[in-house]
Ligand binder design. Structure first.
Ligand code: ADP
Ligand code: MG
Length: 682
């Protein structure tokens, strides 16, 4: 079966420079040659001068022009670190921070973690010697807590600013404030596309430094009819390109690890069946949980007479540049964390991308030669179904975490915080209410002692609260393991296609009474009892890598628990207390079974237990869920059975007796009443 594509559009190139594909593909350029071949190289001197002349500079350049990897090195060469201060560079994505740091360390011939390092949540690969530090925007956000004036930095680069993640948006306001009393600190805002003007205006009309990109024309193809199954359509398109088109690598945009793995398996299988009828096809996945050595593979040059196909998440849209991509396959979707401020419900959803995103993706095909982009949707869908731009995260996600951090930084007046684009008022109020219900804020909207301790954890407030509550319930060891396991939850089980039954049986063997959180604990404990054995993981269809990560995360959480002077206690036989501690954090995520359906307690939304849950067949009356994932329905993932009376115990100012009665009449939820309006003043 084939997919019929129609070409209707073309993104023109920028100039008529000769394609570099042949030269670049034939030989691996050495590092010096590569650095010199980047568009930014010609502007090195001017750029450094502009940075010397201005405290704030907006830098705009096409993806791949060398902003992220080169600018910190130029600054280092120009002496910006001579004063024993560092150059910091933020990235919205963990993988990008790690991968770029590795690349720069290589370019500078230093060991990663020494002069060049990175710092991401739960992983700090820097040292005293580090002068170029890549980090996620969330990590810098946290650094403000211990170093509000960024004293250890001489230059801060807020990179990939166009991504407009929540953390980046909040950083804008924070750094804008810092530079007023740090005249010696340079601030660079670097962005791939059109937002430069907006950034400039926000930063008091800071000058814009434009790096003209090199871009070759890209032909755009659309499907003639909508594709029902885009993963299958990807596989078909990849093979179609492979068989009919000249050599050149393919980049495919999928929404997440699961999709990438499915696509990978399907593709491997078909390639195997085709055998020697086709040229070699090297399939490489990229997503954020991928181990570093696997990530590095995507940058290796493709051998002659073979074709590389990279199956990537949104990360390859602008954060990572993979050379020699000639073909892009774009199904038109990405995964988004969406928050409904009306219902207070948050869920992960696969949504159509914006036109701006679609064009960024297409642009990936024209970096080294004329390319082609195959969109797995119709031209009509592009025109009438895609929004022009992606809505910035701050306007569509839960702000609980951000508000807690800002409060911890002493910023009390959130309504008047300097936002590039302000969040919706009701989302802000909801976050304040949530923090109040969790006990992190008092009725005046001030941080409580509990709130201060919660802010020490680089976690969602609900999870931070769960950890802190474990002290009271004497199960901090267990809750630390559960929190660590939840932090890696999507990738714990290994399900090879040819051993699905065995794998699922192995998974079910871990089920215990009480629900999925306890099953996760069971897995962790069993593994710990084998002295963290790799073999045990293989035998039980558990991903060893994820477990190792869980162990690292756990170690750090325990460290933080000690830092806030929690008593680390354990009671391995008591599961009610463990579940109560979880409820103390997640009492917002409660659903009740009534007339055969689960509905959330506060908003009466219909939700279902995920088929992978240990409670899928048990259907307890009251359940707590870790997260909602929307696929065909709203599914609760990681579900635990609770008793309704616990809610009154752990969240007395959020729940009241009457709404927890086992009657089926819908009762009005208790509102925060006066407190609610009081909170609005903050
Ligand atoms: P920009 O930030 O402007 O998008 P980058 O500095 O990220 O550009 O990329 C410049 C070049 O560095 C690209 O050609 C890219 O392929 C290369 N590069 C980036 N990271 C790596 C890596 N880990 N390994 C090899 N090459 C890399
Ligand atoms: Mg970059």
């Amino acid at each position: 079966n084939q997919i019929e594509f129609i070409q209707t559009a073309n993104i023109p190139g920028t100039d008529d420079e000769k394609p570099e594909i042949t030269e670049k593909q034939r030989k691996k350029l050495n590092i010096e040659e590569t650095k010199k071949s980047l568009p930014i190289y010609k502007f090195k001197k001017d750029l450094i001068q502009a940075i010397k002349d201005h405290q704030i500079l907006i830098i705009e350049g096409e993806t791949g022009s060398g902003k992220t990897t080169q600018i910190p090195q130029y600054l280092y060469e120009a002496g910006f670190t001579d004063n024993d201060k560092r150059i910091g560079c933020t990235q919205p994505r963990r993988v990008a921070a790690m991968s770029v740091a590795a690349r720069v360390a290589e370019e500078m011939s230093v060991k990663l973690g020494n002069e060049v390092g990175y710092s991401i949540r739960f992983e700090d690969c820097t040292s005293e010697r580090t002068i170029i530090k890549y980090m996620t925007d969330g990590t810098l956000h946290r650094e403000f807590l211990s170093e509000p004036d960024l004293q250890s930095y001489s230059v801060m680069i807020v990179d990939e600013a166009h991504e407009r993640t929540l953390h980046t948006d909040i950083l804008f306001g924070l750094v804008k404030d810092v530079i007023r009393f740090r005249p010696d600190l340079k601030l660079l805002i670097s962005s791939a596309t059109l937002d430069a003007q907006k950034f400039s205006e926000f930063f008091d009309d800071a000058p814009i430094f434009r790096i003209p990109g090199r871009r070759f024309p890209v032909d755009i193809y659309y499907t003639k009819a909508p594709e029902a199954d885009y993963i299958d359509a990807c596989v078909v398109s990849i093979l179609q390109i492979h068989v009919t088109q000249p050599l050149g690598d393919i980049l495919v945009f999928l929404t997440g690890q699961e999709e990438i793995e499915t696509c990978n398996e399907l593709l491997q299988e078909r390639v195997r069946r085709l055998g020697s009828q086709i040229k070699e096809l090297i399939i490489l996945p990229v997503y954020s949980n991928l181990p570093t050595d696997m990530q590095a593979k995507i940058f290796e040059p493709t051998p002659p007479n073979a074709r590389k196909v990279v199956l990537a998440t949104n990360i390859a849209e602008t954060s990572l540049t993979i050379d020699n991509i000639i073909y892009v396959i774009d199904p038109g979707f990405c995964k988004q964390n969406n928050f409904n401020s009306r219902t207070g419900m948050e869920s992960l959803v696969v949504v159509p991308i914006s036109k701006a995103s679609a064009n960024q993706r297409a642009g990936r095909a024209g970096r080294v030669a004329a390319g082609k982009c195959f969109r797995l949707y119709t031209a009509w869908a592009y025109k009438s179904e895609l929004d022009d731009n992606t809505v910035p995260e701050i306007q569509r996600i839960n702000l609980g975490n951000a508000v807690l951090m800002l409060k911890a930084l002493g910023i009390n007046d959130l309504i008047h915080f300097d936002f590039l684009d302000p969040p919706p008022h009701e989302t802000l109020v909801l976050a304040l209410e949530q923090l109040y219900a969790l006990g992190a804020l008092n009725h005046k909207g001030e941080l409580t002692k509990l709130g201060r301790r919660m802010a020490e954890f680089p976690l969602d407030p609900l999870m931070a609260k769960m950890l802190l509550a474990s002290e009271k319930y004497k199960c901090s060891e267990e809750i630390a393991s559960i929190a660590a396991m939840l932090s890696v939850n999507s990738a714990i089980f290994y399900r090879p296609k040819d051993k699905l039954v065995l794998a699922d049986t192995a998974r079910k063997n871990f089920f215990v009474h009480g629900g999925d959180h306890l099953a996760l604990l069971n897995i962790y404990n069993q593994w710990a009892n084998t002295d963290f054995s790799t073999n045990w993981c293989y035998e039980n269809y558990i991903q060893h890598r994820s477990m190792r990560r869980a162990r690292d995360v756990r170690d750090q959480l325990v460290g933080l628990m000690q830092r806030v002077e929690m008593e680390i206690v354990s009671n391995p036989t008591e599961t009610v207390n463990i579940r109560k501690a979880i409820t103390a954090g997640y009492f917002y995520h409660i659903a009740r079974l009534s007339k055969g359906h689960y509905r959330t307690v506060k908003h009466n939304q219909t939700v279902m237990i995920h088929p992978n849950s240990s409670l899928f067949e048990e259907l307890p009356r009251w359940v707590l869920y870790h997260e909602l994932v929307f696929t065909t329905k709203e599914f609760m993932r990681q579900v635990t059975e609770i008793e309704s009376k616990w809610l009154l115990e752990v969240a007395p100012h959020y729940y009241q007796d009457r709404e927890l009665e086992d009657s089926t009449n819908k009762k009005l939820p208790k509102t925060l009443g006066k407190t609610n309006s009081e909170l609005k003043n903050y």
